[in-house]
Unconditional design. Structure first.
Lengths: 136, 136
DNA sequence: ATCCTACGATGGACAGAGTCCAAGTCAAGA
DNA sequence: TCTTGACTTGGACTCTGTCCATCGTAGGAT
């Protein structure tokens, strides 16, 4: 699944060294980094990359639908590159670790029309919370 | 359902004028205010109430289980006093409005054991997103 | 009814996450 | 190679929330 760079190039995303490292840092499954973590990892390879650039790149990847923003707690948003494979999240209430999970069932189907209040609903996000083995 | 004050008093919550207005502002169903909104409304009745006090009171109401914290977007947390009636949320992606909804089905039951990764899961939170009638 | 004191309120400083902007730099097409 | 519009930079700024020393007061004791 490491063709994120390919896809971006194919879609005409102007490639700069900064954007490349951000995309490389995010590439892969089960990655749930905060913007600051992305910045830290990118800076290991490109020491002068600025926070603003990381935020810009992340924002664009989200707009392009290549990365999903997940706000699991009230803290920093996390960026999930696994956007093409629908899944939900399991979050440790203590340490904040995030795991991708695949529940059975379709939560969207569980919301009857009379509970939609005229909204045009586009997605259902499920967050499971609990303690991970190390925090329990 | 406006016995929040009663319950708090019964539980020995020290009652001050500040705490009273915060509780009164939050009382009721279908209330999803941010801390700043709570502060603004409280200040209409008690002009000199400080932000810190509002945050303190909200934090305690959450600890007491009388109010639930909801982070629907990456922005400010919202406080939901409807904590005794399990429900999920429907959020407008444009204006941020929140509605309580009651889906059928039980998302907790939808997560098979092999998808729990040793976590002791305590809750499942479902957030439906879409455009509300006014924003569509 | 008054006094005491521990608990609560205050506001200002601080911190974390994220946005904005003017000026400088560079990818990529001509 | 040149040109230019798009990208990057860093610092200032905003928003949300926390912390802390000091002051005030709810509510039990007298």
């Amino acid at each position: 699944m490491s063709d994120l760079l390919e896809r971006l190039r194919a879609r005409g995303w102007r490639m700069t060294s900064q954007r490349r490292v951000v995309a490389e840092v995010l590439d892969g499954d089960h990655v749930h980094l905060t913007a600051d973590e992305v910045h830290a990892r990118a800076a290991r390879r490109l020491p002068e990359i600025s926070r603003a650039t990381v935020y810009n790149a992340l924002g664009e990847l989200v707009s392009l639908g290549e990365v999903k923003e997940v706000s699991t707690d009230g803290r920093a948003k996390r960026y999930d590159p696994n956007a093409h494979h629908p899944h939900q999240h399991l979050v440790c209430s203590a340490c904040g670790t995030v795991r991708d999970v695949h529940p059975t069932g379709n939560p969207l189907a569980d919301l009857p029309p009379d509970q939609r209040f005229g909204f045009s609903i586009s997605e259902a996000e499920v967050t499971y919370r609990g303690l991970c083995p190390s925090c329990a």
